[in-house]
Design a protein around this ligand. Structure first.
Ligand code: GL4
Length: 820
């Protein structure tokens, strides 16, 4: 129990909020109202720590991290906040006394889903770790009116439903109108002479008012509360327009519309750039507001803008926030009248960039026409950054058009954001060892050769507080009973579990907990999808965004192949298995959506075939999101991490599965490499081509999937079933596009771009090894426990400590609460 937490005061606070917000007593309250009242009561506890934290930061004049990100996939806050203030047992009791169940109350909260997948969830894990470790940090992002769409499955197809997460108000957020900031778009740049210098001013622009909403990020048991600041857009009051523009009705209406649309919706693309103008507006909107505020905050307490970088660091979460580089330059040049060299030194000592993908379709490149029209002054600055950088290239590589072509920031009519991020900062990092090596030796080779000192690796991590302590309470209690509870803030200590891996009783306890968790998920699936699953079967799980490179298709093709074997031989000796899928496809990604339909079509046929004796079940879990992820990870026996080697920068789901005792079935890709290194190859199932082999085929050619099709009967049979109506009798042509993607060369693309057929035989073979291994219960339990025991490296606490040491250079702060 936390020192400051008083059960009776808390109870009164719940009753007070119920009355004050809903004019109700607890007996009349719905679970949703109870959730709100409890959330307000928890916020009330947090607020004092929040104030104390910011006072400590001010008193100690700390260096502050601004983690700039278009996405924060937070998941529900209530349960985690209760855990972080160490009041879970007491809150549970209070609720029981009032006639409510804590889990039911937690389930009332909408998932704030202001992110797509791994990249946004990583940002959320980082905020948790920063607060728990006591580092001064802000997350800065956008308060999307609609977050990630909700997924419904209708007739096997994905249907996107808007996510109206703010419908009932969000109790944990705080509107901070006093920090509202103006952001300007469009118009033109004028120069005036002032004290013998040229000054640049933007005129004829439209502007919006950025209004911040703050959410508390509660450190675990340490009184530290950091802030996630997400910006809302509001129309600028017509009366505050320039006198020239006053009464310009047209302009007022346009500004109103701009404000309305700018934060309307999160773009639902993962690892894909759509090039929409509104997206660039979103980027500049939250970056300009965040950077302006960071500078103002610094200047409140400091005299000398030249030392800005000593107290501030901006981490750019992928290239989406890269306009921070020219925006900071603009403020230093135009508002603080610094020289170019002074401004450049400050900017490049403040900004650092993380690369999260090598997928070429994710590379952000804005047409000059669009960029300069929307951000005229920013574009001027980018051009000048580019001019000076090209000069540097020419000094180092005289006459090399090749180097200019590859590294220029403005080139071929486009502004290349990755190049700008690399040039405008002091650090470039990848997110797993293999990924960073690929950046250095392939994708960003020229930059690495020119500025090797900037490059470094920071292997991703996840927070054990959400993905074990909150998500898997049975296992968390078991671990604590065995080894004590310091794994909660020091995950490597979980290695002490290793000795229990050899104890038959512990193995049994562990597998019993897995079973209980399967029962919990089975109940969820029954309630939400109406499908029965057998908790005694092996759970083989692939949950992540749907993307061709992640190869959900290979997984379902293998299920089809297994089913064929069972049909040939109904007595086939195999361990009963439930294949679970969960994935959202970007709304415009047709092939990904068709893959969802295929999974559901296969599920329909197999789940209704009594002749196979229930040996295979296939379940597509609707609306995969952080809150159901927590209960899915807890159930898994097999963790499917089967991306084409070199394509998955890191993956983080892989770590969440490992922490919950699933064995990895994976390629040597992303962080899988390091997972296998920690747990030992004998406790994982590795298959497929290496990234070197994949890259060699990509560069030199020589892969022909048709050869495999012609020579492998089993594969041919499965592929034919895609086009002969086996799974779509009403419309045999339905899956033609998937069939074509594997076999036919389309325009520029090689057939089977992601080497599904190439890796299929070794994948099927690894699946056979799993079937065999699972029969040895003792062995399996041991390997599962060893996965948990060796997951210590993959805490985001470790990742954050590495960022702090190598990039951010922050100091830990202690927050003491005054006695009430
Ligand atoms: C991603 C990568 O695809 C994923 O491998 C990685 O774990 C994650 C966080 O670093 O970033 N990049 C993009 S884009 N979306 C992701 O999830």
């Amino acid at each position: 129990m936390s020192m400051g937490f008083d059960k009776e005061i808390f109870k009164k606070s719940v009753l007070f909020n119920m009355k004050n917000v809903f004019r109700k007593t607890v007996d009349e309250a719905t679970p949703e109202q109870m959730y709100q009242a409890v959330a307000y009561a928890v916020k009330d506890v947090i607020i004092d720590e929040w104030i104390a934290t910011h006072k400590a930061y001010e008193d100690q004049d700390v260096k502050t991290l601004y983690y700039l990100s278009m996405e924060f996939l937070m998941g529900r806050a209530l349960g985690n906040n209760i855990i972080s203030i160490m009041a879970q047992p007491e809150v549970k009791e209070v609720l029981e006394e009032l006639g409510f169940d804590l889990n039911t109350i937690e389930d009332q909260e909408p998932d704030p889903a202001l992110g797509n997948g791994g990249l946004g969830r990583l940002a959320a894990c980082f905020l948790d770790s920063l607060a728990t470790l006591g580092y001064p940090a802000y997350g800065c992002g956008i308060r999307y009116r609609y977050g990630m769409f909700k997924q419904k499955i209708e007739g096997g197809f994905q249907v996107e439903v808007p996510d109206d997460w703010l419908k009932n108000g969000y109790p944990f957020e705080l509107r901070r109108a006093e920090y509202a900031t103006e952001v300007k778009f469009g118009g033109y740049v004028n120069t005036i002479r002032e004290n013998g210098r040229e000054r640049f001013i933007q005129e004829g622009y439209q502007s919006v008012l950025a209004v911040p909403y703050d959410m508390p990020i509660v450190g675990y048991g340490n009184n530290v509360v950091n802030t996630l600041r997400i910006w809302d857009a509001q129309a600028i009051n017509t009366f505050s327009l320039d006198s020239f523009d006053r009464g310009d009705y047209q302009k007022a209406v346009e500004q109103e519309n701009l404000a309305k649309t700018i934060v309307e919706v999160l773009y639902p693309n993962d690892n894909h750039y759509a090039g929409k103008e509104l997206r660039l507006k979103q980027q500049y909107f939250f970056i300009s507001a965040s950077v302006q505020r960071a500078v103002m905050k610094y200047m409140e307490k400091h005299e000398d803008i030249h030392k800005f970088f000593e107290k501030t660091v901006f981490q750019l979460n992928d290239t989406h926030p890269t306009v921070a580089v020219p925006e900071l330059m603009r403020i230093l040049l135009d508002d603080y009248s610094l020289s170019w060299d002074e401004a450049w030194e400050i900017t490049t000592k403040t900004c650092a960039y993380t690369n999260h993908t090598i997928m070429s379709e994710a590379l952000e490149k804005w047409p000059i026409e669009l960029f300069s029209r929307l951000l005229p002054r920013i574009y001027q600055i980018v051009e000048e950054i580019n001019r000076r950088f090209q000069q540097k290239i020419m000094e180092m590589y005289p006459g090399s058009q090749e180097k200019l072509r590859k590294m220029s920031i403005v080139y071929d009519g486009q502004v290349r954001m990755a190049n700008l991020a690399i040039v405008g900062g002091f650090s470039v990092n990848g997110v797993a060892r293999l990924h960073t090596e690929i950046l250095k030796n392939q994708e960003l080779k020229d930059f690495y050769q020119m500025m090797p000192e900037k490059f470094n690796n920071k292997t991703n991590g996840i927070t054990q507080r959400r993905f074990l302590l909150h998500g898997n309470p049975l296992l968390a209690e078991w671990v604590t009973r065995k080894i004590g509870n310091d794994w909660i803030t020091n995950l490597p200590h979980i290695h002490r579990l290793a000795i229990y891996a050899d104890d038959p009783r512990c193995r049994q306890e562990f597998m019993d907990i897995k079973y209980q968790n399967k029962v919990r998920l089975a109940k969820y699936i029954k309630e939400h999808n109406g499908i029965e699953v057998d908790p005694r079967s092996m759970f083989d799980v692939q949950v992540k965004r749907l993307h061709e490179y992640k190869r959900q298709l290979m997984n379902i093709l293998h299920v089809m192949y297994l089913y064929n074997q069972l049909k040939d031989n109904p007595n086939l000796d195999m361990v009963p298995r439930t294949f679970l899928f969960g994935a959202k496809a970007a709304a415009g990604y047709e092939r990904a959506k068709l893959t969802i339909k295929l999974i559901n079509a296969v599920a329909d046929v197999i789940n209704n075939d009594r002749s196979i004796g229930g040996k295979i079940k296939v379940v597509f879990i609707e609306d995969y999101k952080v809150s159901n992820a927590e209960i899915i990870f807890a159930t898994a026996d097999v963790s499917e991490q089967i991306s084409t080697a070199s394509k998955e920068a890191s993956g983080t789901g892989n770590m969440k599965f490992m922490l919950n005792g699933a064995l990895t079935l994976g390629t040597m890709d992303g962080a899988n490499v390091e997972i296998v290194e920690e747990v030992g190859a004998e406790n994982a199932f590795i298959f497929g081509m290496s990234s070197d082999e994949v890259i060699r085929y990509e560069n030199e050619g020589g892969y022909n999937p048709m050869e495999i099709f012609n020579n492998n009967y089993e594969i041919r049979r499965v592929l034919m079933q895609l086009i002969n109506g086996y799974y779509s009798p009403q419309n045999p042509e339905l899956f033609r596009d998937i069939y074509n993607s594997l076999l036919n060369t389309q325009s520029s693309d090689r057939a089977d771009t992601y080497f599904i057929l190439k890796d299929f035989p070794s994948y099927a073979e690894a699946q056979r090894r799993i079937d065999q291994a699972y029969r040895d219960e003792a062995w399996w339990a041991k390997a599962a426990i060893l996965n948990v025991a060796n997951s210590g490296k993959f805490t985001s606490d470790r990742t954050i400590e590495e960022y702090v040491k190598d990039i951010w250079h922050l100091e830990k702060v202690k927050v003491e609460l005054e006695e009430a």
